[in-house]
Design a protein around this ligand. Structure first.
Ligand code: DGY
Length: 325
C-alpha cells in the first residue's frame, strides 16, 4: 500500500475514498507542521499533500527517500524547491483553474471593501458610533467607471478583468508576455508598461507569481507613482510588495488604501500595519470557498493516484521529471 502524508487536515471526506488503496496519515495538529516533523513524516511517504505554508526545501525533499509526488494544495508553488524535486525525480503538482474564480472574487471583495470603507463602517456601526446619516460620513473613492490595473494577467488576473466589465471600468494590464489580441479584445484590456499602469490606475491588483523577478516589484518608487486616490490589492504573494514601503505610503496617505490577503513574512504582519484604518487585511483566504477547497482536494488526489499508477498527472509543474521516467 502506498503511503500518503497530508500536512494539514483537509475539508470533505475525499481522503476516505482512497483509504482502501493507500495508507493515509494526516498531521494531527491544527497548525503549520515544523520542518523537523515534516522530515520525519516524509521518511516513509510515497506522496505528500503540502500546504503553501510548508517550505519544501532541498533538505526536506532529500528526507523523502520514497517520495514520488509532492501535491501542493495551492496554485502557487514558490514554497517548493522545484529544481531539487526534479533532480530527485519527484513530480510536483498543484491546483490551477479550480481556484481561479474564488481568488478573483476575493480580490474584488478587498477592492470594494477598501474603496467603500466597508470594514471601518462595520466597526463604527457595531461600536454604536453610527449617530445618523451624514453627507461626509466615510467618504470613499469611486469604483464604477474607474481604471483598473492588473499586474500578472494569467488565469486569475483575467478573471479579475472579466468582473471589471460589470463595473464599466477601463482595464490596463502588465504581464511578462503580452496576451494575444483576441484575449485583450475579449476582456477589454490594454497592455501598459508597468510605470504607466501604476500612474494611470485607480486600482492596482497583483496577480503575478512570486519569483526572484517579482520580489518587491512594488516598492517605494512604484508606490510613489500611484495616484493619491489609488488602492493597491495584493492577493498574489506577500513578498511581491515591500510591506515596509507600503506601510509608509499608507501612513503618509500617498495612496488611498490597500487590501491585502498575503504578507511578506506570513503569517506575521509588519508592525503598525494592523493599526491603520486605510488597509483591509484578510488571512490568505483567496481560494477559501467550500466548492473550491473541495475541488482542490479532488485535484491533488487525482494527480497523486495518477503518479503512483505511473500515469502522467494533469497538473505537472515540472514536466522535465516525466521525460526521465
Ligand atoms: C494559492 O493557491 O496559491 C493561493 O494563494 C490560495 O489563496
Amino acid at each position: 500500500m502506498y503511503r500518503i502524508f497530508v500536512t494539514r487536515s483537509l475539508p470533505g471526506n475525499a481522503l476516505d475514498k482512497i483509504k482502501d488503496r493507500c495508507n493515509v496519515t494526516v498531521y494531527p495538529l491544527d497548525r503549520t507542521i515544523t520542518k523537523d516533523e515534516l522530515m520525519t513524516y516524509l521518511k516513509e511517504a510515497d506522496a505528500v499533500i503540502s500546504m503553501l505554508s510548508d517550505p519544501i526545501d532541498k533538505e526536506v525533499i532529500e528526507a523523502g527517500k520514497n517520495l514520488k509526488v509532492i501535491a501542493n494544495y495551492a496554485v502557487g508553488y514558490n514554497n517548493i524547491d522545484i529544481e531539487a524535486a526534479t533532480k530527485s525525480g519527484i513530480a510536483v503538482v498543484n491546483t490551477p483553474d479550480v481556484l481561479t474564480e474564488a481568488s478573483a472574487d476575493l480580490a474584488w471583495a478587498l477592492l470594494l471593501a477598501v474603496s467603500r470603507r466597508v470594514v471601518e463602517g462595520d466597526t463604527m456601526t457595531r461600536a454604536g458610533k453610527f449617530r445618523g446619516w451624514a453627507p461626509e460620513l466615510l467618504l470613499g473613492v469611486p469604483v464604477y467607471g474607474q481604471t483598473l490595473g492588473i499586474i500578472g494577467a494569467g488565469r486569475i488576473g483575467q478573471a479579475v478583468a472579466r468582473r471589471a466589465k460589470g463595473f464599466g471600468m477601463r482595464v490596463l494590464y502588465h504581464n511578462r508576455k503580452r496576451l494575444p489580441e483576441a484575449i485583450e479584445n475579449d476582456l477589454g484590456m490594454s497592455y501598459a508598461a508597468l510605470d504607466d499602469l501604476l500612474a494611470e490606475s485607480d486600482f492596482v491588483s497583483l496577480h503575478c507569481p512570486l519569483t526572484p523577478e517579482t520580489k518587491h516589484l512594488i516598492g517605494p518608487r512604484e508606490l510613489g507613482l500611484m495616484k493619491q486616490t489609488a488602492v493597491l490589492i495584493n492577493t498574489a504573494r506577500g513578498p511581491v510588495v515591500d510591506e515596509e514601503a507600503l506601510l509608509q505610503a499608507l501612513r503618509k496617505k500617498t495612496i488611498f488604501g490597500a487590501g491585502l490577503d498575503v504578507y511578506e513574512k506570513e503569517p506575521l504582519l509588519t508592525p503598525g500595519l494592523a493599526d491603520l484604518p486605510n488597509v483591509v487585511l484578510t488571512p490568505h483566504i483567496g481560494s477559501a470557498d467550500t466548492r473550491t477547497r473541495l475541488a482542490m482536494v479532488d485535484m491533488v488526489l487525482n494527480d497523486i493516484i495518477a503518479v503512483l499508477n505511473n500515469e502522467r498527472p494533469q497538473n505537472l509543474v515540472n514536466p522535465e521529471v516525466w521525460g526521465r521516467r
